[in-house]
Design a binder for this molecule. Sequence first.
Ligand code: F0G
Length: 458
Amino acid sequence: MPTSTETKVGGTPSLARLRCIQCDAEFDRAAQDFRCSACGDLLELFYPAWTASSYSPATLKHTWQKRKLSRELADQSGVWRFRELLPSLDYSRIVTLREGNTPLYELPRCAHAAGLDTLLGKHQGMNPTGSFKDTGMTVAISVARQESFSWVGCASTGNTSASMAAYGAHGGLRSLVLIPQGQTAWGKLSQALDFGAVTCQLRTDFDGCMRVLTEVVRRYPVYLLNSLNPYRIEGQKTAAFELMEQLDWQVPDHVVVPGGNLGNCSALGKGFLELRKLGLIAKLPKISVIQAEGANALLRTIRETGGKRLVSVQAETQATAIRIGNPVSWKKAVRVLEATGGRCEQVSEAGIALAKAEIGADGVGCEPASAVTLAGLKKLVGHGFVSRNERVVLVLTGHLLKDPDYTIRFHRGALPPDSDQREAPLLAGHRHSPVELEADADAVLRVLEAVEKAPSRS
Ligand code: F0G
């Protein structure tokens, strides 16, 4: 298998250390639960040697671009392509499924729906297992393997487990998955099963699964792969690098992300902050985080405590990926909102369903949790926080096929549970039930004629 050992491009190598986000204690290695052993808070990776002059920005940009043409394993990954800004590992032993390198789509119908001139969607659902989790998993699973773990484990609403099971299997590691019974989309559950994970459906919610996993990793050598593992965050931050490359290093005004356990917004924020520190960009986009109304812990934390203390909620939403009431990375997320000047918004179930259908109408599609971005953007535009001519990127986190059950229920009219007077006709215009017919061309032609006569939806 071809590999690359080149780690340095005219600067200091990326020697990474761990640091507590609360008390600043530093560590070379993390404890099993990835908590600070001094105060119990979250850890992050940092690179002590980095300064504004560590790298030549032009050389880095050129090197990353050039690697796209290479046949080297690490170069073909849209994560490891950016390895100067990642912890240095033995690149001959990384576990990669060629993650990253995801498309940036124009979404003209969604732009119209949101009242903007243009709108872009960075589709992280186009990763190998269909979600953004793969970009973090390649780094964290590679670390697990290099640290000689034989078990990896996560609590999940579905995508983390699908991704972990795939990368674990690819890297020859055994996977333990804890998911809430009856609350995981079939697409995601079937992936974990196919990739051979030991899959436990616990009679609790995601937050309960997280609690159990934390105890399991303290009692058994299972490498924890939830996003409190800072190596996951390092991989996920590369989406910011790739996005900037795709935009020719012109920083967008806004990046809008869904919020669940709040690892992803933390990762993107870290990525943009590092690019600015190293002189690759001069300003930051405003990063806004959108939650479902029924799983709005970050929103309430900000509104009720000014971001000082977590307000946990009993989470409920049909967007099961973000059905999380006790988000682990809330402090990191608050800091990203503060550092970039972004906002936190909440959206209704009807708003999510409509936005998902609108993203589908652009021929792109995504899972419900990703669609909160468009629903939230409409609110941000409505409040005047985003204006018509600004450049906005939605981060679409999961593939449409992750949750076909939601889509089918929507088109059959069983979703969303309620909608207001303005939304109801819009939702109706997006529903497309299959038509059952005899095997007869005349019958099909009659359907076509009826559709032609109906008022246009666009
Ligand atoms: N979108 C999708 C499709 C997700 O699967 C998740 C989280 C999020 C958004 C929220 O990202 O947690 O970093 O704020 N899914 C996790 C899982 C929790 O277990 O798959 P976050």
